[in-house]
Design a protein around this ligand. Structure first.
Ligand code: SF4
Ligand code: SF4
Length: 108
């Protein structure tokens, strides 16, 4: 007789505050929108789901490029590797300090 397994364990408890990064990332992903085809291959690879299309109105083209919500990016570099290997190499990882200086933004 086949052994019965109990696959339905209790769900893990949710983190109290899941939306914040533990530490400031060393790098931030930035998309070169002129080089991005908007193929979205990188999107499902982002572990924190912070890549999305730019607003349609910005370029008024059927498939707009993507952008990274920099305040959510954890600097893991996965998107840059995916874009480099599979598509157009349109993502650059920029040192966070340089990013902050360039855009006048403080990353937390
Ligand atoms: S994989 Fe590269 S080209 Fe495709 S949407 Fe992402 S950044 Fe743009
Ligand atoms: S570096 Fe990592 S966290 Fe940041 S956008 Fe790319 S895949 Fe997402």
């Amino acid at each position: 007789m086949a052994k019965l397994y109990d696959h339905y364990k209790p769900v893990p408890e949710l983190a109290e505050d899941p939306g914040h990064k533990k530490k400031k990332p060393k790098l931030i992903a930035t998309v070169d929108e002129d080089n991005c085809t908007g193929c979205q291959v990188c999107v499902p690879f982002c572990p924190v789901d912070c890549i999305g299309s730019v607003l349609y109105e910005k370029y008024n083209i059927p498939i707009p490029p993507v952008q990274v919500r920099f305040d959510e990016c954890i600097g893991c570099q996965i998107c840059a590797r995916v874009c480099n290997k599979l598509t157009w190499d349109a993502i650059r990882m920029i040192p966070t300090e340089e990013f902050e200086e360039t855009y006048g933004i403080t990353i937390f």
